[in-house]
Design a protein around this ligand. Structure first.
Ligand code: GAR
Length: 208
């Protein structure tokens, strides 16, 4: 069973989707630690409610961003984490952490990458740009922001009367579907990275 560490910063609805999948037996792994870079956020309450240990490592407690991120890395290592999930983590992970967990970190981003990469307002950017199809992406984390190999994507049509809130809510529903699915595929060893492309290997338990 893969040991999963989740990095959060706020609301934690994607964390909740992972915890719900775990409870339903469809995550293929166990969330063993939730690490937040902000104290007092709802994501920490969700973890506590599910009985998952939490760690808070705020920027103010460290002399540099690098020191903070290395502490995050140590917490992941000390919990024997195999897979790291960035679930609404609002900072760019330091390259040393990315290298330590190479090909084992997944991020969920609320756009169809490579569109609207790099920011924290992808849904507003999609509306401002006037795209007709928005969506979300789960990808491997590499040292280049939002540019790692793509595991799963889901399209979400933009409606004429959409606001940032209404579009974000429909994108979020898809995030909650594809993030646990991508984690399960990685936990089951069914993702093969070939250059920029990620091949999903068939489920060995399904005879078809
Ligand atoms: C989600 O929409 C996630 O895709 C986004 O932040 C939200 C976190 O919600 N992440 C990014 O924009 C990363 N660039 P949550 O805390 O309820 O999971």
């Amino acid at each position: 069973m893969s040991r999963i560490g989740v990095l959060v910063s706020g609301r934690g609805s994607n964390l909740q989707a992972l915890l719900d999948a775990q409870a339903a037996g469809t995550l293929g792994g166990e969330v063993v630690v939730v690490i937040s870079n902000h104290a007092g956020v709802p994501a920490l309450e969700r973890a506590a409610k599910a009985g998952v240990p939490t760690v808070v490592l705020e920027r103010d407690a460290f002399e540099s961003r690098k020191a903070q991120h290395l502490a995050i890395c140590e917490a992941l290592v000390s919990h024997n984490v195999d897979i790291v999930v960035l679930a609404g983590f609002d900072r760019i992970l330091h390259p040393e952490v990315v290298r330590r967990f190479q090909q084992r970190i997944l991020n969920v981003h609320p756009s169809l990458l490579p569109a609207f990469a790099g920011g924290l307002h992808a849904q507003a950017d999609a509306l401002d740009y006037g795209v007709k199809v928005a969506g979300c992406t789960v990808h491997f984390v590499t040292e280049e922001v939002d540019a790692g190999p793509i595991v799963l994507q889901a399209p979400v049509p933009v409606l004429d009367d959409d606001t940032v809130e209404s579009l974000s809510a429909r994108i979020l529903e898809e995030e909650h579907r594809i993030l646990p699915e991508a984690v399960r595929l990685l936990a089951e060893g069914r993702l093969r990275i070939e250059g920029r492309r990620v091949r999903v290997l068939p489920d060995p338990l399904r005879a078809d």
